[in-house]
Design a protein around this ligand. Structure first.
Ligand code: ASP
Length: 344
């Protein structure tokens, strides 16, 4: 039988737990028998997932819906001006525009997305409105902004002084190509343990949650690759690429160079592999291996990571390069950070 406590302990020991901030979230925890079901649970990408999970957990631990949990969870990095890869404060495209991509998917297969949305701090909530208030799945650019304003969202300048400064610095040597895998360059410079997550310039937040009823939802939100061509869209707002949820099977999300994820319809692939019986980690690994197999030379220099959860609440991740972390929050642990396994 699968023993979650042993699994978490083993994962933590083998992968190495990073220092983590103990939050007061423990106070809202329901008392739980450790042998109870593996949910509610919420998992999300990168170190900044810890803080995001904590807010999602406030919803889950009080009996709320997974959909509300993932929306509220990813609000945290979206609103964090120090996080330069998601929402407000995100690094702009090469022309200085902060353009945001996000999508959301619920347990019924409903989904919504916004692509290259400007001036709105919480693109995930606009994506949810697309899902709930329109017959469409995706809205892009000016149309997405127009819709957001009609829905009462506030128009704001998302380019913070820090991101504008970084962009102007980049312009001095600007090559008109997106900076690939910037996170790993930063990892090479500093031990990950010594930096707070927002200094890595990582990346998309992908979040997956299972609520007390066993229903699964997911959210994915990003400012995309820094200094990308204006109009470039990655994997993150594409259902099946950056995020996929099937309530019978599980959910998956991705981070890293979105072009390679789109080419392989990565998150859908991970969920379909889990349907065939793969564990979450094995499914993520297979999706990574397909990217490596198709483009071995490209893969050496880019990062792509997948994170997945199955219907039982078992989770796992796999990435091309070292340095991909993910955060887990359930009744036992509210601040568990795990280094995902990797090919290199
Ligand atoms: N996947 C995102 C994109 O390609 C960026 C990232 O996660 O680093 O836009």
């Amino acid at each position: 039988m699968f023993n979650r406590r042993k699994f978490i302990k083993a994962s933590a020991l083998s992968a190495g737990l990073l220092a983590i901030d103990k939050s007061s979230i423990a106070e809202v925890l329901p008392k739980k028998d450790s042998k109870a079901a593996n949910f509610p649970i919420v998992i999300s990408t990168w170190d900044f997932g810890i803080a995001a999970n904590a807010d999602a957990w406030k919803v889950l631990s009080t009996g709320g819906r997974a959909l509300d949990a993932v929306e509220q969870g990813v609000w945290v990095p979206e609103a964090d001006e120090h996080n330069q890869s998601v929402g407000y404060g995100g690094l702009p495209d090469r022309d200085g525009h902060v353009t945001l991509d996000a999508c959301i998917m619920d347990e019924l297969g409903n989904c919504g997305a916004v692509l290259a949305l400007e001036h709105i701090k919480h693109p995930i909530s606009v994506a949810r409105k697309v899902m709930e208030k329109t017959p469409h799945v995706m809205l892009a650019g000016d149309g997405a902004l127009q819709f957001a304003l009609e829905q009462g969202f506030k128009k704001e300048n998302l380019l913070t002084p820090a991101s504008e400064k970084a962009w102007k610095e980049w312009l001095k040597t600007a090559k008109y190509a997106p900076v690939m895998n910037i996170e790993n360059k930063l990892y090479q410079k500093a031990a990950p343990q010594k930096l707070p997550g927002n200094q890595y310039n990582h990346d998309t937040i992908g979040m997956l949650a299972i609520d007390a009823k066993g229903n699964i939802s997911g959210a994915c939100t990003t400012s995309g690759m820094a200094y990308k061509l204006h109009g470039r869209i990655g994997d993150s707002p594409i259902i099946g690429a950056g995020l996929y949820v099937d309530n019978e099977v599980g959910g998956a999300t991705s981070t890293g160079v979105g072009e390679e994820v789109v080419r392989n319809v990565g998150s859908f692939l991970v969920v379909e592999l889990m349907r065939q019986g793969y564990t979450p980690e094995a499914a993520c690994k297979e999706a990574v291996m397909r990217i490596i197999k198709k483009k071995p030379e490209t893969a050496k220099n880019i990062q792509v990571g997948f994170l997945a959860i199955n219907k039982k609440g078992e989770y796992g991740a796999y990435a091309i390069q070292q340095g991909f972390s993910y955060a887990v929050c359930n009744a036992e642990k509210q601040d568990l950070l795990i280094k995902g396994k990797s090919y290199y």
